[in-house]
Write a protein that binds this ligand. Structure first.
Ligand code: 13P
Length: 285
């Protein structure tokens, strides 16, 4: 029986070997199965993610059960991650349900408060062998109900990143470096020099948020500089929904989810494989 694993060692290996692990936000069983099949076909390590909204929608126990089945069936290194959580009690609930990685997002608070909240999560997570991700600076855009005005998005300070990790011991860090959640209106304005400076000062795996819509060359460059995990949400949701819309456009009377979910699942799988190839994690499982 292969259990879900903490993402810490998976991401440390990625950082050392300069690739990134794809972390995919899923909202339905079919989406979860699609990213698992993508990992299986490409022999990639995998992080299955759910936002707080999805945890509330499906229940952490259902999600964890499905992820456990995936790990057991495939024998692949798979972690289950809670994305952008501001609520300590929900983090504890997800860890109890079987999540092996959690993000405490206290980036909307001043530095001191962010560090204190992260340290509190570290205490419970370390005892459970669970990976913790924190955020410094602010990633722009919309993620469930967290909204950051793109103009206000503050980028992470490299020295603060170093001090934050030393103080909290957090395993993985998402520094704001110019990406945004959702689909970009133009091209993202990624501060590659900042990524390089942070990576120089910090050994921990870095997390690239806002993976949807970043041009391929820019993903590769960010990964080569130290981004060891790439989060992808919006593009997967769009691929899934567009495929279903196409089915209903062609067959308005279709009423069998076992039919209209098939192309939706295939679209998510295709996209996940593309992202895994960009991340360079293919064959690393
Ligand atoms: P996108 O929705 O832009 O892919 O961002 C995903 C993300 O960073 C989730 O934390």
């Amino acid at each position: 029986m292969m259990p879900l694993i903490s993402s810490t060692s998976m991401l440390q290996a990625a950082r050392q070997q300069q690739y990134a692990v794809g972390a995919f936000n899923v909202h339905t069983l079919e989406m979860l199965q699609a990213v698992v099949e993508a990992a299986e076909e490409t022999r990639s390590p995998l992080i299955i993610q759910s936002t707080v909204g999805t945890v509330k929608h499906l229940g952490p126990d259902y999600i964890a059960a499905a992820a456990r089945v995936a790990a057991d069936r495939t024998g692949l290194p798979i972690a289950l991650h809670l994305d952008h959580c501001t609520d300590f009690d929900l983090i504890v609930k997800c860890i109890r349900a079987g999540y092996t990685s959690v993000m405490i997002d206290a980036s909307m608070h001043p530095y001191e408060e962010n560090a204190a909240r992260t340290s509190k999560v570290m205490e419970v997570a370390e005892a459970a062998g669970v990976n913790v991700e924190a955020e410094l600076g602010k990633v722009g855009g919309v993620e469930d109900d967290i909204i950051v005005d793109e103009r206000d998005a503050l980028l992470a300070d490299p020295n603060e990143c170093k001090a934050f990790i030393e103080r909290t011991g957090v395993h993985t860090l998402a520094p704001a470096i110019g990406t945004a959640h959702g689909i970009y209106k133009g091209e993202p304005n990624i501060d590659f020099d900042r990524i390089a400076k942070i990576a120089e000062l910090v050994e921990a795996p870095l997390v690239l948020h806002g993976g949807s819509g970043i041009p391929a060359e820019q993903v590769k460059r960010a990964v080569s500089l130290g981004m060891a995990k790439m989060n992808v949400a919006t593009e997967l949701r769009i691929a899934f929904s567009d495929a279903i819309k196409d089915v209903f456009a062609a067959h308005p009377d279709e009423n069998d989810p076992r039919k209209y979910m098939v192309p939706a699942k295939a679209a998510v799988k295709r996209l996940a494989i593309e992202k895994m190839q960009l991340c360079g994690c293919v064959g690393k499982a």
